[in-house]
Design a protein around this ligand. Structure first.
Ligand SMILES: [Zn+2]
Length: 292
């Protein structure tokens, strides 16, 4: 069997478990061929072409993929391509491991497409989120029919040379049927926002440091700060909306008002400056007539 046939079989999988099986065969085959680097490169190029999305031209803010169409996208977005065969094998094996160990039978129904569109409309009306954040690069939404151990959805991005090369929100079936997925989805849009600002997946903008005082304990590392950024965005986005009851955290009205102002300024001025230091944020607040 030709190596590309293994890849086509993988891309044609009906679900993630099938993908894992086909990937395992593909990896085994790739390990046995000569000029591995060249052939792996060809595989990744073919996959990139398969997943090319001209969303910019369509003027859409998001693209929701069916469960079947999410399979090639899942592989593409999780595969951090490397120049060495060995690193690519490690990456591909980690995808197989993730599927087999973390994707379990669905525990509750996934959020509907209609609700996702509703939430994107909501942040467009409130912050011009679509126009400002997603305008040149719509986010892909992948629907997965399994439950991901731990949480209901996650954001994944590949950044290079000061831009988001690829990204997706992976919407799985929730682990906890009680936990509102609307909050989870908004949280992921929060991750997309800070990635659009810093071009690094788990790094919030410098201005977010001014929110340290709002956190229950002193936190310094970017990864944790980016999780708080995403939560603050979700709270600000859902406040005063039909989805307000989905806010997972107890936050005072005054604090929510500050989060909303911060997110409004950050998004409104994101074209002018991608660094967003605290001083600049205060200047902008003054310029916009907002007390921060
Ligand atoms: Zn998160």
């Amino acid at each position: 069997m030709d190596v590309m046939s293994f890849l086509y079989d993988a891309l044609d999988s009906d679900n993630l478990y099938e993908l894992a099986d086909h990937l395992e065969s593909l990896i085994k085959h790739l390990k046995s061929v000569e000029n591995k680097v060249k052939i792996i490169d060809e595989c990744y190029s073919l996959l990139s072409d398969e997943c090319f999305y001209e969303g910019e031209a369509a003027g859409h803010f998001i693209k929701i993929f069916s469960v079947k169409d999410s399979i090639p996208e899942f592989l593409y977005n999780h595969w951090t391509f490397s120049d060495t065969a060995e690193e690519n094998f490690v990456k591909l094996e980690s995808i197989v491991h993730k599927i087999r160990n973390y994707m379990i039978a669905p525990k509750a129904p996934r959020i509907s497409d209609r609700t996702i569109c509703d939430l994107v409309d909501l942040v467009e009306r409130k912050f011009q989120y679509g126009t400002k954040v997603l305008k040149e690069h719509p986010v892909k939404i992948l629907k997965i029919n399994q439950t991901y151990k731990g949480w209901g959805c996650y954001y994944i991005a590949g950044t290079s040379n000061g831009e988001i090369a690829k990204d997706a929100i992976i919407m799985t079936c929730p682990n906890n049927p009680e936990a509102p997925q609307e909050f989870g989805f908004m949280h992921e849009l929060g991750h997309r926002l800070h990635t659009s600002l810093t071009y690094q997946t788990f790094v919030p903008p410098a201005s977010f440091a001014c929110f340290r005082e709002y956190l229950p304990e002193p936190i310094q590392d970017n990864r944790s700060m980016s999780e708080h950024f995403a939560n603050f965005f979700a709270i600000a986005a859902l406040n005063n909306s039909p989805y307000e009851h989905c806010i997972l955290h107890k936050v005072s009205t005054e604090d929510i008002a500050v989060f909303e102002k911060y997110m409004s300024i950050t998004i409104a001025t994101m074209d002018e400056n991608v660094i967003h230091t605290i001083d600049e944020l205060h200047n902008k607040a003054k310029y916009l007539g907002i007390n921060l």
